[in-house]
Design a protein around this ligand. Structure first.
Ligand SMILES: Nc1ncnc2c1ncn2[C@@H]1O[C@H](COP(=O)(O)OP(=O)(O)O)[C@@H](O)[C@H]1O
Ligand SMILES: [Mg+2]
Length: 211
């Protein structure tokens, strides 16, 4: 049965007693297939602009079939003005600070959102509370918005604190630890504060496929 990724994660990943290695296999499939979806969209000069778990559909059991959905905000990189759309938690820094984004960079929004998706999955998997020890600047009511960090340095410090591997990985085997470290590293790269430096979809695919 087809369901959105948020529902899938709740039902089949987080509240489930599957072995960690199976959970990591699932996360790997999610990252790979969402990455391919983003690449396919971007290769057509299109940006989704509202990527989040609720706008991703999952079907299948062992082998997952994952696709992007809800193309209400899709904007091609060539046409006229871009307004702010999307979902607060997922907004990248350039949308928060500059408001309207240069059209040619709108695909970088999706890369940031993908980083947020993986960050949230990792926090949930590793039992990290996203909301604790959070600088005031990036907390809006109950909502953490990493894109509101003052600068790259503040964001990096925050991510390092949340995902510092040495403390987290103590309970895992070497193989599991290595896989989790890869996901964490990918998250750090996608949540690049400056959109000019954020990977594009081709680099994203390379990062995902690098063993
Ligand atoms: N084919 C589908 N199968 C299962 N659930 C779906 C399907 N399409 C949409 N949904 C669910 O409906 C929700 C809303 O659909 P979406 O296309 O994202 O429209 P909206 O513009 O209202 O966000 C999705 O978040 C997802 O949970
Ligand atoms: Mg939707």
């Amino acid at each position: 049965m087809e369901m959105s990724l948020d529902v899938y994660l709740r039902k089949h990943l987080f509240a489930n007693s599957k072995p960690l290695s199976t959970k990591l296999d699932i996360i790997e499939q999610i990252i790979e297939q969402v990455g391919i979806g983003i690449h396919s969209l971007h290769s057509k000069e299109l940006a989704h602009r509202d990527l989040k778990e609720a706008n991703i559909l999952v079907s299948g059991s062992n082998k997952l079939f994952i696709c992007l959905c809800d193309f209400d905000f899709v904007n091609d990189n060539l046409t006229t003005s871009l307004s702010i759309v999307g979902t607060p938690k997922y907004l990248p820094p350039e949308m928060i600070s500059q408001g309207i984004l240069l059209k040619k960079n709108s695909t970088k929004i999706d890369i940031w959102c993908f980083g947020i998706i993986i960050f949230r999955i990792l926090c949930e998997l590793l039992g990290i509370d996203c909301f604790s020890d959070c600088p005031e600047e990036i907390l809006v009511e109950d909502d953490i918005r990493l894109g509101r960090a003052k600068d790259s340095e503040q964001l990096r410090q925050y991510l390092d604190k949340k995902l510092s591997t040495s403390e987290l990985l103590i309970n895992y085997t070497l193989g599991e630890g290595r896989r989790i470290t890869r996901f964490i590293e990918l998250t750090r790269q996608l949540l690049e504060y400056q959109y000019e430096k954020r990977p594009n979809a081709s680099t994203l695919i390379e990062l995902i496929q690098t063993p």
